[in-house]
Design a protein around this ligand. Sequence first.
Ligand code: BYC
Length: 473
Amino acid sequence: MTTAADYSEKIPNNVGLHEDRRLQRALESWQPDFLTWWDAMGPALPPRDVYLRTAVSVHRDGWAHWDFVPMRDYRWGIFLAERDPGRMIGFGAHKGEPAWDKVPGEYRADLRRLIVIQGDTEPASVEQQRFLGATAPSLYDLRNLFQVNVEEGRHLWAMVYLLHAYFGRDGRDEADELLRRSSGSLESPRILGAFNEQTPDWLSFYMFTYFTDRDGKYQLGTLKESAFDPLSRTCEFMLKEEAHHMMVGTTGIDRVVERTAQLMVEHDTDDVTGHGAIPLTTLQKYLNFHYSVSLDLFGGETSTNVANYYSAGLKGRWMEDRRRDDHKLTSDSMLVDALNEDGQLGQTEVAAVIGLNTDLRREYIADCASGVNRWNKILESAGLPQRLQLPHVAFNRRVGAFARVEVTPDGQIISDDEWERRKSAWLPTDVDKTYVRSLMRPVLERGKIAAWIAPPRHGINGMPFDYEYVHLD
Ligand code: BYC
């Protein structure tokens, strides 16, 4: 196993695919189906070529190659982080045993389920973002969208490789299903809620890449701990690519806040709609929506699924090796968010393994808070008193302990009627969405930017903002 990818193969890889002809043939026969899916469900605006990075090695230095590539010719490949032959399982009942190169029979179904759920999100996000190219605020942003899209396609390949290589016939069937389900479909929707929502405008795209891709970061971080070594290694490398996706979200929202703040100060008004920008109240509603649907992606506050995954060694905790406990949690307990018996929001004590979704969600929430601080600093340095905030953990939840109650952003339980009356103040309304969409006109001239967003501080890969990142024809 080398760190460099072999690009002479039909499917670039660093897993020695040519040594296993059966697997190679199986994946080569999945490849045209992937391309058919990409043509039908991938970016609807295929430009001549795009300045893209392509993974060429998994080594720390110089893992990516930058060039103009027609998107359909992007070389989607299979790259696993370097193998550590002495790697030991770091948690659960098998802690201290050698990591697995194969799938143990008793954990087959659970591992397959985790890989299928992870795999399902990747093409889903490409589908959700399919039409955004037509309204990009700049060539720089258009490039970033396409980079995210091709890499989510590669992450699908990462999971499909595991299904084909380690799960036989049913793995191949699951790989086919990943191309059959589709985001928002009534007959065969994507598995997790957030991946059936729409991403119809660029504000949604930045919110998605900030909040929903960040769930990806945390879930991949827990799967990177997995005793199943190929899953661990594939997630490790995916995380490297994922960092860019979150940068797109973080700086995207920075730039929207910056532009709004600029116009608020310049015109001494909160209502920047007359100036073609997005009001802070609308930003807050989009934030509330994307944050709350992303909180749902962590599953229930208590879960026997997650307890089983942890005890079996399939899915660890975020930064497992930094935790100061026995990494088995057989007799530990923790407090999780809950609806108390008196119907109030509170906490309850449960066995720690049962509460691991809450543990991960809390890590995620702390990370999300850092983004909000960052945006608030932009408002502060513009001299504005307004602030953005994360709504309460129970707000707008459809999964877990709070799925059956309606809760205000500041954590008050309210009746369904009151929710219906007041929700337009907290979540984007049709009017808000229509307004945001009305701003989405393409600005595809080199060095130009739409009026509702500030230009980025830096270009990509050391290139300036006004670089011609995309050749449209
Ligand atoms: N929507 O025991 P529970 C990414 C289901 S994002 C619909 O509480 P568990 C990316 C659940 O499946 C990262 N259904 O949950 C980002 C279960 O169903 P069954 C994706 C949901 O299993 C942007 C039932 O409710 N990766 O990479 O402990 C762009 C009871 O659930 C939802 C992963 O998620 C929901 N939101 O935890 C591109 C990692 N939540 O078994 C990519 C793999 C729960 O009763 N997945 N349900 O039929 C997992 O680790 C876990 O399955 C979950 C759920 C965290 C998703």
